[in-house]
Design a protein around this ligand. Structure first.
Ligand SMILES: Cc1ncc(COP(=O)(O)O)c(C=O)c1O
Length: 491
C-alpha cells in the first residue's frame, strides 16, 4: 500500500476555558490559516488521529472540524493522498485580496533597514539572469561525469555516522584541505599548507570573510575598472570606499592605482583572467603590485576563478606564489571546474591571519557543510577531477573557437573580442553608437539572454557583452550568434 507522507502540523492554540467549542477552535484555526494563505491549496493536512494525539484531545472534535471544512470546500480528500487544503478555494478568498490585506497590516509604521543594504542592487540575482546560449558561469552539463559523481554521493550517504553528522571543523574537513593544498601547490604554484585553507561556500563567501577580517568602514580599496560587480557589493556592504583602478592589456594599472590612492588598505584583483575584459596580468605588473602592497602595508585579494581553462598557453602561476611577504589572500572556486550549485570554494590565508579568519567565520556560519567536501575530496583524490579538467579544456576551447569564428563570420560589423584565451566567457565590444543595455532588452524579447558589459564599470563605460560559451555546443554557436545579429540590427 502506498504510504501517505506525514503532513506538517499547523499551529493550533486551543483554549480549553474559551466559550468556543474545541471543534470550532480547530475549524477557525484552519480557516484563518487558509484565508491568510499560510496554508496553501494542495497542501496536505495531518490525519485526524495524528492531530488529536498532538493536541492531546479526543478525536471527536477533530473529526467534526474536518467534516465541516470538507463540507464548506476548504478541504478535499484524495484517495492515496489523505486530506488536503482544497486546490480550488472558495471565490471570496481571492489571493490578491488576501495578500493585499496582509501587506496593508505589515506595511504601516517605520521599517528601518541598514543604509548599506539599501545601496545594493535589488532584483534578480545576477548569476541566474543569463541562462541560455551565452550564459556566464554556465558549465557544460552534457559532459559532466554525473555517473561517477552520483556513485560517490551514494558511497558517502551510506557511510553517514556520528562524525559526519556532528559539527565539522570550521575551516573545512582535513582531508579536503589536504586535497586542495596538493592541487594548488602543484597546478597553481600556490605556496600553502593544508591548515591555511578555509573551505567556503564559493568565492563569494571568500570575498565576504576576507573583507570582514581585513577592512573597516571607510577603508579605501582598489577595485578593477571594469570589474566584478559582486566584489563591489561585498565592499559596499563592508562600508568601504571604492577606488576604481583602470585595467589595460596588462591587467590592473598599478601606477594609476598608486596615483589615485597609494594608501589603500587592499586591492581586489583577478590577475589570471581579468573579469570581465580577460587580460592576463603581466609579470612586471605582478611584481609592481606586490611591491606596492609591501611598501604601503596593504593586502591583495587574488580571485583566481577560472584559470584552469587556458587555451593558448599553459596555466599561469598564481600571484600568491610570487609573494614572499604573505600579503596575498588567494581565493578559488569549484564553480567552473565542477559546477556552481555545489557552492564550494576556498581561501588560502597567510599563516599569521588564520586565527582572525577562524574567529570571523565562527561568527558567520560555524563552517562549511561536510557532505560535499567528502564527495569532492574523493572526486579529486581518485583522479576524476584531473581527467574532467583535461576533457573540459578541449571542449571549451572548441566552443570558444566556434564562438569567435561565428562572431567573425555571422555579424555584419564584427565585434572586437577580448579575453578569449582563457575561461568560459569572452568580452565582445560594440562599435560606437550601439547601447549594450538596449540591445540586451531587444535580445530578451527574442529569448536570448545577454550580459551587457557596461554595468561592470563604475565610471565611463564601454559598450559590449560578456558572452559565456561553456554550455553551448560548438555546432549551435552560429545559430546563437545569428540571433544576436537580429538583436543588434532590428529590421
Ligand atoms: C570574477 C569572479 N569571481 C568569482 C566567481 C565565482 O563565484 P562563486 O565561486 O561564488 O560561484 C565568478 C563567477 O562568475 C567570477 O566571475
Amino acid at each position: 500500500m502506498k504510504r501517505v507522507a506525514s503532513a506538517i502540523l499547523p499551529i493550533i492554540a486551543l483554549d480549553r476555558k474559551a466559550l468556543a467549542t474545541l471543534h470550532r477552535q480547530i475549524y477557525d484555526a484552519y480557516r484563518t490559516g487558509i484565508v491568510d494563505q499560510r496554508l496553501r491549496p494542495g497542501q496536505r493536512v495531518p490525519s485526524t488521529r495524528m492531530l488529536a494525539a498532538e493536541l492531546g484531545i479526543s478525536r471527536m472534535p477533530v473529526l467534526h472540524a474536518y467534516a465541516q471544512l470538507l463540507a464548506e470546500g476548504y478541504f478535499e480528500s484524495r484517495v492515496g493522498a489523505g486530506t488536503l487544503v482544497c486546490s480550488s478555494l472558495p471565490d471570496q478568498l481571492s489571493s490578491r485580496e488576501a495578500q493585499g490585506a496582509r501587506f496593508a497590516k505589515v506595511l504601516s509604521g517605520p521599517r528601518p533597514v541598514s543604509v548599506r543594504s539599501s545601496i545594493l542592487p535589488r532584483g534578480e540575482p545576477v548569476l541566474r539572469r543569463g541562462w541560455g546560449a551565452f550564459g556566464v558561469g554556465q558549465v557544460s552539463v552534457d559532459q559532466f561525469p554525473f555517473q561517477i559523481w552520483s556513485g560517490l554521493v551514494t558511497r558517502h550517504s551510506r557511510r553517514m555516522d556520528a562524525s559526519s553528522v556532528h559539527y565539522g571543523d570550521q575551516m573545512g574537513s582535513r582531508n579536503f584541505q589536504e586535497t586542495i593544498a596538493t592541487y594548488l601547490r602543484t597546478a597553481r604554484a600556490v605556496a600553502c599548507e593544508a591548515h591555511q585553507i578555509m573551505i567556503v561556500s564559493g568565492s563569494q563567501q571568500a570575498l565576504e570573510v576576507s573583507a570582514r577580517v581585513l577592512l573597516d568602514p571607510g577603508s579605501r580599496v582598489w577595485v578593477e575598472e571594469p570589474g566584478y560587480s559582486l566584489t563591489r557589493d561585498v565592499l559596499a556592504m563592508a562600508g568601504c570606499r571604492l577606488v576604481p583602478v583602470p585595467v589595460d592589456r596588462e591587467g590592473l594599472d598599478v601606477a594609476a592605482g598608486i596615483k589615485l590612492c597609494r594608501k589603500a588598505r587592499a586591492a581586489f584583483v583577478t590577475p589570471s583572467h581579468q573579469y570581465p575584459l580577460g587580460a592576463t596580468m603581466s609579470a612586471s605588473r605582478r611584481l609592481q603590485l606586490l611591491d606596492w602592497a609591501q611598501s604601503s602595508g596593504s593586502w591583495i585579494i587574488e580571485d583566481d576563478y577560472d584559470n584552469e581553462y587556458r587555451y593558448d598557453s599553459l596555466p599561469i602561476a598564481s600571484l600568491q606564489g610570487l609573494d614572499s611577504q604573505a600579503r596575498v589572500i588567494y581565493v578559488g572556486t569549484f564553480s567552473k571546474v565542477l559546477f556552481p550549485s555545489l557552492r564550494l570554494g576556498y581561501v588560502v590565508i597567510p599563516a599569521d591571519l588564520i586565527d582572525r579568519f577562524y574567529a570571523v567565520r565562527r561568527a558567520m556560519d560555524l563552517g562549511p557543510p561536510s557532505f560535499f567536501q567528502a564527495v569532492a575530496a574523493d572526486f579529486i583524490g581518485e583522479g576524476h577531477f584531473a581527467r574532467h579538467i583535461r576533457r573540459m579544456r578541449i571542449l571549451y576551447r572548441e566552443r570558444r573557437s566556434a564562438l569567435v569564428e561565428s562572431i567573425r563570420s555571422e555579424l555584419d560589423a564584427p565585434l572586437e573580442i577580448l579575453g578569449a584565451q582563457a575561461g568560459m566567457h569572452l568580452a565582445a565590444l560594440l562599435p560606437p553608437g550601439i547601447s549594450d543595455q538596449e540591445t540586451t532588452e531587444r535580445a530578451a524579447r527574442l529569448k536570448l539572454w545577454l550580459w551587457p558589459l557596461s554595468p561592470s564599470y563604475l565610471g565611463k563605460a564601454r559598450q559590449g557583452f560578456i558572452l559565456g560559451f561553456g554550455s553551448t555546443p560548438a555546432e549551435e554557436m552560429p545559430r546563437a550568434v545569428r540571433k544576436l545579429r537580429s538583436a543588434l540590427h532590428p529590421s
